[in-house]
Design a protein around this ligand. Structure first.
Ligand SMILES: [Zn+2]
Ligand SMILES: [Zn+2]
Length: 213
């Protein structure tokens, strides 16, 4: 290494250390910066896969939309390539937006997609029972009709319980429970305790999660 390179290397290390220190002491600014980057990237990617709107229900809020693998090979894709969310969008941009059978759907329509396929009577019965149980649980956390507290959609298939304080993940870790049915059974066993929960649809829940990241 020449003396010039050595000097440059020292300065570079110093600048990197200063930057890291600044980022650490400005977490809110960094959060906003990361969010803006993620949303800009998402908007750009979606414009290559049909635009910023759900082709099923016309939802146009970027926060409520996601990319759907039309042939249901999303899990396989993630297993092979190990990317999801913002990393997946960056992956697509880097490869110049390849044709992978993708389209834009909102989170609700993405969930409803599984009901549009031909299903056996046993499968349908299982899901109907599950929805009835879920509705009963949700009714304990919803004043008035069971509906999303943001957009008022009432389809039980897209409703979920949201931890208003955004502590759902730590709650599940602490109590060693999974989400979904496991959580509903947990609530029923304890007589539906007040845990700061509200009913939201998947789309509104995802939008809230993104804003609170
Ligand atoms: Zn939709
Ligand atoms: Zn909603």
């Amino acid at each position: 290494m020449t003396p010039k390179q050595r000097r440059y290397s020292k300065t570079k290390d110093h600048i990197l250390a200063q930057n890291a220190k600044w980022k650490q002491s400005n977490p809110d600014w960094m959060r906003g910066y990361r969010l803006q980057y993620a949303l800009r990237l998402k908007r750009e990617v979606f414009s290559h896969y049909g635009g910023v709107w759900c082709g099923q229900c016309n939802e146009t809020s970027l926060l409520k939309l996601s990319l759907d693998h039309i042939n249901d090979d999303g899990a396989k894709f993630r297993k092979v390539h190990g990317v999801s969310g913002t990393k997946f969008y960056a992956w697509l941009r880097k490869r110049n937006f390849p044709d992978l059978g993708l389209r834009v759907l909102c989170h609700n329509c993405n969930e409803l997609k599984k009901f549009s396929r031909p299903r056996s009577a046993v499968w349908m019965r299982k899901y109907q029972n599950r929805d009835a149980f879920k509705l009963m649980c949700l009714s304990h956390y919803c004043p008035g009709p069971v509906q999303c507290q943001h957009c008022t959609i009432q389809d039980p298939r897209v409703l979920t319980l949201d931890h208003t304080a955004n502590d759902g993940a730590s709650f599940r870790r602490k109590h060693r429970i999974k989400g979904g049915d496991d959580f509903y059974r947990y609530l029923k066993r304890r007589g539906f305790p007040d845990l700061g929960l509200q009913v939201l649809c998947f789309s509104c829940n995802q939008a809230k999660m993104i804003m609170n990241q």
